[in-house]
Design a protein around this ligand. Sequence first.
Ligand code: FES
Length: 131
Amino acid sequence: MDLYREIILDHARNPRYSGVISPADVDHEERNPLCGDRLHLTLRLGEDGRIADLAWDGEGCAVSQAVASMLSEEIIGKTLDEVRAIGKEEVLEMVGIPLTINRVKCALLALKTLIIGTRGLTEWQSVEDEE
Ligand code: FES
């Protein structure tokens, strides 16, 4: 448990893939409705269809920032089809510590931004409703 906390704090303090890239193939921002915090994702695909570069900016708590950073390491180099395999469970496993319901929204903000930005709102609603 402590190891997971350390990993989250490390990502929150030293976020990987922080910033904005331009031009971008995906440029999307979402907010956590509970707190108003926002994450903005820019992402570029290579000619092979794989995620060649990406960056996040915005404001949010340590959990939301850390997940954006961890998720980036997970998806860089993958195709958008491969990224579809990452759902709510995978992200909560990445976090690795029990979260309150409100904190789950924080943890899922990056996934929400990624899914709505690449696949649309309907897809996100089906992922969010997964048990
Ligand atoms: Fe706003 Fe966590 S408190 S995203």
